[in-house]
Design a protein around this ligand. Structure first.
Ligand code: IFM
Length: 457
């Protein structure tokens, strides 16, 4: 007889959902907001797959109250969202746009009134365009101005927001934005990439004490997108390639954040391949970057499989026809990788605690004639990853919570609206929101602090 296995989470486990400002807010030029690099990038022809922009997105800037009611109806215990820097400081620094602060102020009050804990990400990729014009993340002054931004926001919200994330996925800021050119600002330049790594991390380290000062009792952390890297064979070539990939994806960020400095193999590789010296590192920088934090947030979707003989199976390659189960992003579905990653991160780096700050899947299943969205593949994806998260807790990993990506379908960067990650369907014509089956499943899992896992046999 098949017996479902009941998975239960610790009593204080946090169940949330995540979004980011540019992906949902719209109102790109409303209420005194300045231009961001994503406004500029998405409005540049040829940059976004479906030719769309985030100008309107999910119109959350207007519909935030309904969206909060929706979150409450799904039993969310926490909501992770980001602050649009140019909505607060239209010129990047200096004059504060009070209307911008008011928007987030009322959002925070609305969340708290509904019993939902706000998790604020300061930087989720929408740098003010004026700062890009002055050099952007490759330039050290951008790190200094980030601290001003963190200060302004935390002075206003720090009495009520107690969970702060400095940066979302600095790997993406640096590599997708400056090496591969697929994200704003769209460079393909190794020197800019390396300097961006350093200045995003430095700005994180400098902001940590400011957030603590303005938000007494706050928990402060950073969100990375580390990935398990495995090689298909034990050949020397595969193992060497996997080690380097691990360095570029994971250790380049984790080592400095946890006081080990930049990994020498990566520094050597970058300088020998690209002639980039890490001469942007100034005395005191590495200590600043290693400022103690309260948690490490990880965004996990897939893993990297290295196969030097048949070509690296990098998840960012577009189409890979190898018979593995993949989401519509082309990313392999491999839940045990979450367990492996959580254990590696905790037992190697010993962060004070961990959150899964994003996990989810892109599938385009839409409403049927009756208006129901059967997205069982997403539901299974979330369930199986949560089961691996629970395994990691059993192994001793202090995992404090899980945020599904995403609350609702939204602007998926260079893919525009062609990829849907939401547990809530968004009709972009009408802005109607329709909870998918995965949303109802998640709502019930939250209510039960767990769920049943079917017997795999
Ligand atoms: O949509 C993004 C999000 O902004 C950052 N993490 C990955 C998600 C899916 O690509």
């Amino acid at each position: 007889m098949k017996v479902p296995k009941q998975i239960t989470f610790p009593q204080d486990f946090i169940w949330g959902a995540a979004t980011a400002a540019y992906q949902i807010e719209g109102a790109w030029d409303v209420g005194g907001k300045g231009e961001s690099i994503w406004d500029r990038f998405s409005q540049t022809p040829g940059k976004i797959a479906d030719g769309s922009t985030g100008n309107v997105a999910c119109d959350h800037h207007q519909r935030w109250e309904d969206d909060l009611d929706l979150m409450q109806s799904l039993n969310l215990g926490a909501y992770r969202f980001s602050i649009s820097w140019p909505r607060i400081l239209p010129a990047g620094r200096g004059a504060v746009n009070e209307a911008g602060l008011d928007f987030y102020d009322q959002l925070v009050d609305g969340l708290l009134a509904r019993g939902i804990r706000p998790f604020v990400t300061l930087y989720h990729w929408d740098l003010p365009q004026v700062l890009e014009d002055e050099g952007g993340w490759p330039a050290r002054p951008t790190a200094e101005v980030f601290v001003e931004f963190a200060d302004v926001v935390s002075r206003r919200l720090g009495d009520r927001v107690k969970d702060w994330v400095t940066h979302n996925e600095p790997w993406c800021t640096a590599f997708l934005g400056h090496m591969f050119g697929v994200h704003a600002p769209g460079y393909q330049d190794a020197a800019k990439t390396a300097a961006s790594v350093h200045h995003t991390l430095l700005s994180h380290g400098w902001a940590v004490p400011v957030l603590r000062q303005n938000s007494p009792g706050a928990r402060v952390g950073i969100v990375l997108n580390p990935m398990e890297v495995v090689s298909t064979t034990q050949s020397e070539a595969d193992l060497r390639a996997a080690a380097l990939q691990d360095g570029l994806t994971n250790r380049l960020f984790l080592d400095p954040l946890y006081g080990r400095g930049y990994p020498s193999d990566v520094v050597e590789y970058v300088s020998s391949q690209n002639g980039v010296a890490f001469d942007f590192v100034e005395p005191g920088d590495m200590d600043a970057i290693a400022a103690p934090t309260d948690f490490l947030g990880i965004n996990m979707y897939t893993r990297i499989v290295i196969d030097t003989k048949n070509g690296a199976r990098d998840p960012f390659q577009s189409v890979i026809d190898d018979g593995k189960e993949r989401t519509e992003m082309g990313w392999e579905v491999y839940p045990p990788s979450l367990y492996n990653l959580l254990c590696r991160l905790y037992f190697d780096y010993k962060p004070a605690s961990l959150f899964i700050t994003e996990n989810g899947a892109s599938y385009s299943d839409g409403p049927d004639a009756a208006g129901r969205v059967d997205d069982s593949r997403r539901q299974t994806y979330i369930r199986d990853h949560l089961a691996q998260a629970r395994r990691a807790i059993d192994a001793g990993v202090p995992l404090a919570g899980y945020f599904v990506w995403s609350l609702m379908d939204n602007f998926e960067w260079s893919h525009g609206y062609s990829q849907r990650f939401g547990i809530v369907w968004v009709d972009y014509e009408t802005q109607q929101r329709i909870p998918k089956d995965s949303a109802f499943w998640y709502r019930d899992a939250i209510a039960n602090n767990g769920f049943a896992l079917p017997d795999p046999s």
